[in-house]
Design a protein around this ligand. Structure first.
Ligand code: ADP
Length: 522
C-alpha cells in the first residue's frame, strides 16, 4: 500500500492527535503498510503500540494482536475506542466473553468495522476461532511482547511457540509484526526463527535511557534504614521499591509507614480490590511510594516515577532494565538504586534448583550477568547497553555521566600484560571454558572438569596466580565488554576470542582496568 507522507501524518493526527511520529514509528508504519514482515525492538515507553495500531486503522480488514495479558488488552482496546468513538473498532476475543458478546465481535469483524482484534495466544489456538478468522480479511498479525517466545526472555510462555503454525492456518500470506522491549541478541534471534520471519524489516531503537541514574550499593543489615533515608531525601516524589517476596513487601511497607512515609504494599497475594485501590492511589498521587513484587508495573504508565529502588537484586539484567525503566518516563530525572549482596544471589540460585536442567542453565547464565553488573566498576550504562548488543561511548553518548561508577570512578591500572595472559590461555585451552573455570585455570585451582582435560598439567596452568580470582574475573568481564571476547550463548557462556582479541595477542595495546567493587557477604 503506497501512502504519501502527508497522509500518514494526517492519519496520525486524526486517530491519535499527535503531530509527530516518535523515533522509528514512521518507518515501522510504512513497513507494515507495505505488507512486510516487520520486527520492532523498542524499550518500554518507546511507543510500540502505535506502530501497529495506526496501520491497522488505515487498512482494510482486521489486524490480530496477540498479547499475553488480558488487563493490558483491555487498556489498549479502551484507548483505541476512546480515539475513534466507535466501540466496534477494537475488540478483545477471550474466554471472558459470553455468547452474545462473541456474536457481536464476530459481526463487527465480518462487517469490516473492527480494525484491531486483541487475542490471548490460548484463544487463538481454539479451532473455532481459527476457522472463523480464516473466513475474514486479516490485514496483519502483530505479536506483542514477542520475547515470550524465547526461553531466554524474561517471560517465557510456551503457547507463544505455536503461533507460527496457527498463523499459517489462518492464512498463507499474512504479514507478521513482532514487537518487544527485550533486546538481547539471543532473544531477537529466537523471535525471528520462531515466527519464521527471516529477512523481516527490523527496527531497533536505542535502549539508552539518558535521564536515568544507575547506582548499586552494598546491602547490609541496615538496608531498611538506607531506603528510608533515600526516600526522605526525595520527599514528595513518586517511587517504587521492588522486593523479591510478598512477605518482605508487607514488612517493608509497614516499616516505611511507621517512619512517616506514605507507602502502600502491592503483590499478587493481595485481593484484587486492594491491589487496584493501591495502584490507583499511586497513580492519583495519594501515596508516594509503592512497595511491590514484580507483579506491579506491567502496563503502568505513570510518567513521573522519580525513583525505583531494588531492595533485592533482580534475577536478570532484562528484569532490572524493565523495572528501572518505569522511572522517568516523562524524560525527567529517574534514580535507580539497587541494593546488592552475594547472599541474595545464592537465594535466587536456590529458587532455581528444582527446575529442569536447561532452565537452570539459562537462569544461572542470566544471574552471572547480574553479578557482573552489580560488581563492575565500569559505567553501568555501558554495561547494560553492551548486554543489549549496543555500543556506548561515555564521552559522546547521552547520559554518559549518569551512573555511580562514572561519577565516582575507581582508580585504573594498566593491565596490558594481564589481558595478554588471559587471551593466550583462552586460546591455548581451545576456547572451551566458561568464566569461572577459566579463572581457575589462570590462578591454578584444580577441579574435576579442568583435571579431566589435563589442563592442570599444562605449562600455563596457574600463570596468573600472583593475583586473585576477583582480579581476573573483573578483568575478564572488562575484556568482554571491550570487545576482545564474546560469550557463546548456545553453550550457556563458554568464552570465545573474536578477531580483535587475536589482534591483541599479536600486538598488545594499553588496557586500563578498574578493580570491581568488593561487596559484603562474599
Ligand atoms: P510501549 O508499548 O513501547 O511501552 P506505548 O505504546 O505504551 O509504549 O507508548 C508510550 C507512550 O508514548 C504512550 O503514552 C503514548 O501515548 C505515547 N506516544 C506514542 N507515540 C507517540 C507520538 N508519536 N507522539 C507523542 N506521544 C506518543
Amino acid at each position: 500500500m503506497l501512502i504519501a507522507k502527508n497522509d500518514l501524518h494526517a492519519a496520525l493526527k486524526k486517530y491519535f492527535g499527535f503531530n509527530k511520529f516518535k523515533g522509528l514509528q514512521e518507518a515501522v508504519v510504512e513497513s507494515i503498510l507495505s505488507g512486510n514482515h516487520t520486527f520492532v525492538i523498542m524499550p518500554t515507553g518507546g511507543g510500540k503500540s502505535l506502530c501497529y495500531q495506526l496501520p491497522a486503522l488505515m487498512q482494510e480488514g482486521t489486524a490480530i494482536v496477540v498479547s499475553p495479558l488480558i488487563a493490558l488488552m483491555k487498556n489498549q482496546v479502551d484507548a483505541i475506542r476512546g480515539v475513534s468513538k466507535e466501540d466496534g473498532i477494537a475488540h478483545v476475543l477471550n474466554s471472558s466473553l459470553n455468547k452474545t458478546e462473541i456474536k457481536q465481535v464476530k459481526e463487527d469483524i465480518v462487517n469490516g468495522v473492527t480494525k484491531l482484534l486483541y487475542v490471548a495466544p490460548e484463544s487463538l489456538t481454539k479451532d473455532e476461532n481459527v476457522e472463523f478468522l480464516r473466513s475474514v480479511k486479516i490485514s496483519f498479525m502483530a505479536i506483542d511482547e514477542a520475547h515470550c517466545i524465547s526461553e531466554w526472555g524474561h517471560d517465557f510462555r510456551p503457547e507463544y511457540r505455536n503461533l507460527r503454525h496457527i498463523i499459517k492456518r489462518i492464512g498463507d500470506n499474512i504479514p507478521i509484526i513482532g514487537l518487544t522491549a527485550t533486546a538481547t541478541p539471543k532473544v531477537q534471534e529466537d523471535i525471528i526463527k520462531n515466527l519464521g520471519i527471516t529477512g523481516a524489516n527490523t527496527f531497533k531503537a536505542s535502549f539508552n535511557r539518558p535521564n536515568l541514574y544507575y547506582e548499586v550499593r552494598p546491602k547490609t543489615k541496615a538496608v531498611d534504614a538506607d531506603i528510608i533515608r533515600f526516600i526522605k531525601q526525595n520527599e514528595g516524589k513518586s517511587g517504587i521499591v521492588y522486593c523479591l517476596s510478598r512477605k518482605r513487601v508487607e514488612e517493608l511497607a509497614q516499616v516505611l509507614q511507621v517512619n512517616g512515609i506514605n507507602a502502600v504494599p502491592y503483590h499478587a497475594g493481595l485481593d484484587a480490590k486492594t491491589r487496584s485501590s493501591h495502584q490507583d492511589k499511586f497513580l492519583m498521587e495519594d501515596v508516594d511510594v509503592v512497595v511491590a513484587t514484580i507483579a506491579f508495573g506491567m502496563g503502568i504508565d505513570k510518567p513521573d516515577v522519580r525513583f525505583v529502588i531494588h531492595h533485592d537484586i533482580p534475577k536478570s539484567i532484562e528484569s532490572y532494565y524493565q523495572e528501572t525503566g518505569r522511572a522517568g518516563r516523562d524524560g525527567g530525572e529517574g534514580h535507580c538504586l539497587a541494593f546488592y549482596s552475594y547472599k541474595d544471589i545464592e537465594k535466587l540460585e536456590k529458587f532455581m534448583s528444582g527446575k529442569p536442567v536447561a532452565e537452570q542453565e539459562i537462569g544461572h547464565a542470566l544471574l552471572q550477568e547480574v553479578i557482573a553488573f552489580a560488581e563492575t566498576s565500569i559505567s553501568r550504562r555501558k554495561f547494560i547497553l553492551h548486554y543489549f548488543g549496543e555500543e556506548f561511548d561515555n564521552d559522546t553518548g547521552e547520559g554518559g555521566d549518569m551512573d555511580d561508577n562514572v561519577r565516582y570512578p575507581k582508580k585504573q591500572t594498566e593491565a596490558k600484560d594481564d589481558v595478554k595472559v588471559l587471551l593466550e590461555i583462552i586460546r591455548d585451552t581451545n576456547e572451551k571454558y566458561k568464566s569461572k573455570d577459566l579463572v581457575n585455570v589462570i590462578i591454578g585451582k584444580e577441579n574435576a572438569l579442568i583435571n579431566s582435560h589435563k589442563t592442570n598439567e599444562q605449562p600455563f596452568f596457574g600463570k596468573g596466580k600472583d593475583k586473585d580470582k576477583k582480579h581476573w574475573m573483573a578483568l575478564l568481564r572488562q575484556v568482554l565488554i571491550a570487545g576482545y571476547l564474546k560469550k557463546d550463548i548456545e553453550t550457556y557462556g563458554v568464552i570465545k576470542i573474536v578477531e580483535e582479541g587475536k589482534k591483541f595477542i599479536d600486538s598488545p595495546i594499553s588496557f586500563m582496568m578498574t578493580e570491581d567493587h568488593v561487596f559484603e557477604g562474599e
